[in-house]
Design a protein. Structure first.
Length: 346
């Protein structure tokens, strides 16, 4: 999870640990924190204090609900945010079922991405202003961001959409279907792809059926459409359907489990599965870099650090002597693995 990061361990409950962090922050570009509102202020590291220490610092806060509003003091978790943002009301097989969260912690992940976008924008603004600023986002807002389709529908109709399984609220057929040996997703959302699909299915008569003649009718009769297509898809395997649909030019894909995704040739070709050397676990696999750069290529260079692995290394870079580092460790202000204690090198 924390590949490519260096890790240091500071005890911010004692003055010596807080002094170390203050020294690191004097010329830092970005600070990211995800405590409840007021926690950083109690330790002396609120935005106003750090802005005075380092006016160029970008101070990024990720919390459950943001730093303003009636819920600002609440703690937050992905499950809570998915529920309150509306996501759990639109996730599930059909209306009337129990609320269901997305399998991935989408508000956690998206809040991190929103924070990254905000920090990059603040760094860009700093180029002209010369000053840092506060960047504030939350799991709640990250969840709301994912409702853009459903919010637009609700704004337009006044009615809150419900869960539709794998189907789409505006286009059909755009969902998963069972094949003879698994599941396949099909995106025949426009009229041209719909006509290609019925030909590939060997059922051209469906194109003339008044219930399915255009997208509006297919959405109005989605249950009937699904019932008509499902037995056709069940006659062949996923691989056979992939071959036929690719030849027909219909967007489609198999539903892979996580292990199958790890072995997928496209994931491997895009270097999305990489191997690193961990200091205690040996060779471990991790997810790769999802953005590719032509001039400044990135990559996964190191595995996740063990607790406090780089404390000595980083503090040396900030001018701390080994004697000072050892004294800080003796005071309990910092923590390091045994291999880096008493002046040892990595």
């Amino acid at each position: 999870m924390n590949r490519n990061k260096r890790g240091i361990a500071l005890n911010l409950k004692i003055e010596a640990g807080r002094a170390v962090l203050s020294r690191l922050l004097k010329d830092a570009d970005v600070l990211i924190e995800n405590y409840r509102r007021g926690t950083m202020e109690k330790m002396g590291f609120g935005y106003e204090a750090l802005h005075a220490l380092n006016p160029k610092l970008i101070y990024c806060s990720i919390s459950g609900f943001g730093r303003t509003g009636p819920y600002a003091d609440r703690g937050g978790f992905d499950l809570v945010a998915q529920g309150m943002s509306g996501l759990m009301s639109i996730t599930g097989e059909r209306p009337g079922g129990p609320p269901m969260k997305a399998g991935a912690p989408v508000t956690d992940i998206t809040a991190g991405i929103l924070a990254c976008v905000g920090v990059l924008a603040a760094l860009h603004a700093r180029e002209s202003s010369g000053h840092g600023q506060m960047v504030d986002t939350s799991l709640f807002e990250a969840g709301i961001t994912h409702t853009y389709w459903h919010s637009a529908i609700c704004f337009a109709t006044g009615q809150a959409p419900g869960p539709m399984g794998s189907a789409h609220p505006l286009n059909a057929p755009y969902q998963a279907f069972p094949a003879s040996d698994g599941w396949i997703t099909v995106g025949a959302a426009n009229q041209e792809n719909w006509l290609r699909l019925v030909d590939a299915l060997g059922a051209p008569e469906l194109a003339k059926d008044p219930w399915f003649v255009n997208n509006a009718e297919r959405m109005r009769n989605l249950a009937a459409l699904t019932a008509a297509l499902t037995p056709l898809f069940q006659t062949r395997s996923v691989a056979e359907w992939m071959r036929r649909l690719e030849e027909a030019g219909v967007p489609a894909g198999p539903v892979l489990d996580i292990a199958e995704m790890h072995a997928d040739p496209q994931a491997l070709a895009r270097e999305m599965i990489v191997e690193t050397t961990h200091p205690t676990a040996g060779q471990v696999k991790a997810i790769g870099l999802p953005i590719k750069f032509s001039d400044t290529p990135g990559g996964v260079r190191g595995a996740a650090p063990v607790f406090g692995q780089h404390t000595r290394e980083v503090l040396r870079e900030y001018g701390f002597s080994d004697a000072e580092i050892d004294e800080l460790a003796a005071q309990g202000a910092i923590q390091m693995p045994a291999s880096t204690m008493k002046g040892a090198t990595r």
